[in-house]
Design a protein around this ligand. Structure first.
Ligand code: B1H
Length: 797
């Protein structure tokens, strides 16, 4: 497509789709017009992929997830369609600022963190690989809350991405699926009819997901809940206005908001309803599509693979059995076998507080037939394995992890260490019964968004050196290793990083009115705020460092900018205290004339995908400091490595694999191993001992206690200091000394800029394995048993 064709397409949509005269068009109108013009380019390729999938009777992969953290889509689409030049030139001709349009797009935050972003990266990789796949999620009207700070405190506001038309979706009013809850069951022999007492409708909205060079397009289908019976006109006519609208409002609450839980199990009824709504609609849609193509349901595992993203859609097992057995009359045991061979389950966390359970009373009331089927599945599983002690329904609750495991042919962990720990902890008994079921698929991230798009300077430098093959064969990044030996090339690598840091410094100055030194170490910890991720370990080290600078302000310190980003769950008081402490520290330290040349603390609010794209390319140091054994994988760690940040980290999650690949000499390791953590935790008084043995730690804790950071309320952080001094489940104190040591090694290493650049470049060169293309290939081979389809011709540049 030429620039002038693009310009005409934009003008056409401006006038005929948006009904706007160019003379009066605002940023929003231009962005929408551009988005529609780009979307037009995608549609034919998307159709072509669908047609081929049918024509070749290909196996489809269905990714069921309550979260898809997709972020903005415009730039992604333009890049994958190779339309950058055409768009840039067209907008220049129209005197429209491309960056202003990009910034105008709402960030679709339909997820909490890593689990949701992983689903989004997977969608992009599946499309890039040409794998027929479909993502199923919920079209939340409000995504993850918007975070702002008031006097340093986190304040949550509703997120409103749908207040403007979503440019990328196609509404499918004809795909409307009935979903029932409650009611009663009438058993007829082994089978049953379920008569729900409450009904609503799931309506589909489809967003095309286009792969690299437009070679393949898949669909992200998001369900919106709708009332079965709309407005009650009789009531309205009687003057009962509120009641007339009530059924409608109730039905719509199901897709109203994303639960902001991240690793906590709230057990709310509405959440269970969301889970069933999502899963039942998706399963029904999958069966409908299958039956339009095949007439023998025994073929289902051959033609469809259903991946459930954590246990949130784990009701898929019983629901599929219900359809096969109750509705289609398949023998019960056979139905379980078919369902199991179709479904596989990814476990994302071992944290006990995150493992979903539902009370039998609630489950029995909302899903009476599923409750019966779960007991029969347990019963069958007991007979198959000859054991009585592993049941999904146990102690008055349904354990969704166990249900997920029993109803899947493969269960996967998300990094090597996490998968091994699964075998010895949460799924120990089940693993012994089914030793071949657990497999590992280490997470990955898409290099299109997380390098090519977010870091154009580094991406062009790489492409100039080795061609653009790395974009869809990220392992090729290792071809830059020979260049790393060339000092001139390394200077350019360092210059790209520096330019990214200057950009970020300018943004920080403009939006937060904080001046930072672009030559300082940009030390970044971005992720949800959680005790196990240990932002407070970072904060304590920052305090101790600040105190040492104050002791000796003229000692020639290596300047640092500590950058934090992340949201705390609204009811998680401890995490919110950590946010406030960081902000209180920033206020005090940034205005300290003795130290502010050397140390700044910056906490931009509302960390989301777009902010990640801004921060990550400017990072020198990646903080991956979770208590060993607690972070299943992490994916931010991979994005930062790819963008040439060195990691300071524990042997946790995918850090282990990152360190192996980039080399121990290019990684700042500290802290106890998962085994050591478990042993130390059993020792009484471990925290007090660690504090007694480290005067820096003791002094940092004392500073918080004294109220230096909260003079108006000295006791503000009492719960943090008390918890760390006495309980310290996450071993902040016991890991502090080694963390301090590693941070000082970072300082020393940074004083040799050439060697630092070399290490950084080697991180980029060796991070290709963390492409989600590699992850998806792993799922295809070990779990889904599918091939990538032949591709549609490349979109020309
Ligand atoms: C991860 C979650 C999670 N693990 C419950 N578990 C949720 C659990 O709404 N809920 O109820 C939401 C999310 N998220 C993360 O998954 C892991 O902590 C990361 O280590 C991992 O990288 C990511 C992707 O696998």
């Amino acid at each position: 497509m030429t620039a002038s064709e693009m310009k005409n397409a934009i003008l056409h949509h401006l006038v005929y789709t948006l009904g706007k005269d160019a003379a009066h068009a605002k940023t929003y109108d231009w962005r929408m017009a551009l988005s529609f013009a780009v979307r037009d380019q995608i549609v034919d390729r998307w159709f072509e992929a669908t047609r081929r999938t049918y024509a070749e009777h290909r196996k489809r992969v269905y990714y069921l997830s309550l979260e898809f953290l997709i972020g903005r889509l415009l730039k992604d689409a333009v890049i994958n369609m190779r339309l950058e030049e055409a768009v840039q030139d067209a907008l220049d001709a129209l005197k429209i600022d491309w960056h202003e349009l990009l910034e105008d797009e709402p960030d679709a935050a339909l997820g909490n963190g890593g689990l949701g972003r992983l689903a989004a990266c997977f969608m992009e990789s599946q499309a890039t690989l040409g794998l027929p796949a479909m993502g199923y999620g919920i079209r939340y009207e409000h995504g993850l809350f918007r975070q702002s700070f008031e006097d340093g405190r986190q304040v949550e506001e509703p997120e409103d991405w749908l207040s403007q038309t979503h440019a990328w979706e196609f509404v499918r009013p004809e795909v409307a699926i009935d979903i029932g809850f409650g009611g009663h069951v009438q058993e007829i022999g082994s089978r049953a009819n379920w008569y729900p007492s409450e009904m609503l409708i799931a309506m589909a909205h489809d967003t095309p997901v286009i792969g690299w060079k437009g070679r393949w397009g898949n669909t992200l289908r998001l369900w919106e809940s709708r009332p079965m019976h709309g407005f009650d006109l009789a009531r309205f006519n009687r003057g009962d206005y509120a009641a007339a609208a009530e059924p409608e409002a109730l039905a719509r609450t199901l897709s109203r908001v994303l639960y902001p839980d991240d690793h906590t199990e709230q057990g709310k009824e509405l959440r269970l309803k969301q889970e069933f709504f999502h899963t039942a609609a998706s399963i029904r849609d999958i069966i409908r599509r299958f039956e339009s193509e095949y007439d023998d349901l025994k073929l289902l595992p051959k033609k469809a693979a259903i991946q459930i993203n954590d246990t949130h859609p784990a009701i898929a097992g019983p629901e599929l059995v219900r359809i096969l057995h109750d509705e289609r009359g398949m023998d019960f045991e056979e139905a379980v076998g078919i369902a199991r061979n179709t479904i596989s389950y990814t476990n994302h966390t071992l944290l006990p507080e995150a493992l979903e359970t539902w009370g039998e009373a609630r489950m029995g009331r909302l899903l009476p037939r599923h409750m019966q089927l779960i007991d029969r599945i347990d019963d069958l599983h007991r007979r198959e394995t000859g054991t009585g002690h592993v049941n999904a329904h146990q102690d008055g609750k349904v354990h969704m992890g166990t249900l997920g495991f029993i109803m899947a042919h493969k269960v996967n962990g998300v990094a090597a260490l996490h998968t091994e720990l699964q075998k010895t902890t949460v799924f120990k008994d089940l693993h012994e019964l089914h030793p071949d079921r657990i497999v590992n698929q280490t997470n990955g991230v898409t290099p299109r968004r997380w390098l090519l798009s977010c870091n154009p300077r580094l991406a062009s430098l790489i492409t100039e050196g080795i061609g653009d093959g790395w974009v869809d064969h990220a392992e090729d990044l290792e071809k830059i290793e020979p260049l790393v030996a060339d000092p001139a090339w390394l200077d350019r690598y360092a210059a790209a990083k520096k330019a990214n840091k200057v950009d970020l410094s300018n943004w920080i100055a403009e939006t937060m009115e904080i001046g930072v030194d672009p030559d300082a170490i940009f030390d970044i910890q971005v992720k949800r705020i959680h005790e196990y991720k240990r932002q407070h370990l970072n904060l304590l080290e920052t305090i101790a460092h600040w105190q040492e600078i104050r002791d000796n302000p003229n000692a020639g310190w290596v300047p640092r900018v500590k950058i934090f980003g992340g949201k705390a769950f609204p009811n998680y008081i401890y995490a919110k205290d950590m946010v406030r402490l960081a902000n209180d520290m920033a206020r005090v330290m940034n205005s300290d004339p003795l130290t502010s040349r050397y140390l700044k603390v910056v906490f931009p609010p509302n960390y989301n995908v777009s902010l990640a794209e801004r921060l990550i390319p400017a990072a020198d140091l990646s903080e991956q400091i979770s208590t060993a054994g607690k972070e299943a994988s992490g994916t931010g760690n991979m994005k930062l490595t790819l963008n040439g940040a060195l990691t300071i980290g524990t042997l946790d999650g995918a850090n282990v694999e990152i360190r192996e690949l980039v080399g121990a000499e290019n990684f700042f390791l500290f802290g106890m191993t998962a085994e050591e953590v478990m042993a130390r935790r059993a020792e009484a008084g471990h925290a007090a001992r660690a504090i007694a043995e480290d005067h820096r730690l003791a002094r940092a804790l004392e500073a918080i206690r004294s109220g230096i950071f909260s003079p108006d309320e000295p006791g503000r952080y009492h719960s943090i200091t008390e918890n760390l001094s006495h309980h310290d489940y996450f071993m902040v104190c016991s890991d502090f000394t080694d963390y301090w040591r590693a941070q000082r090694e970072v300082d020393t290493a940074f004083t040799d800029p050439k060697d630092w650049a070399r290490k950084a470049a080697l991180n980029t060169a060796r991070a290709g394995w963390f492409s989600s293309d590699r992850t998806i290939r792993g799922y295809m081979k070990d779990i889904w048993h599918t091939d990538a389809a032949p591709q549609v011709a490349d979109a020309a540049e």
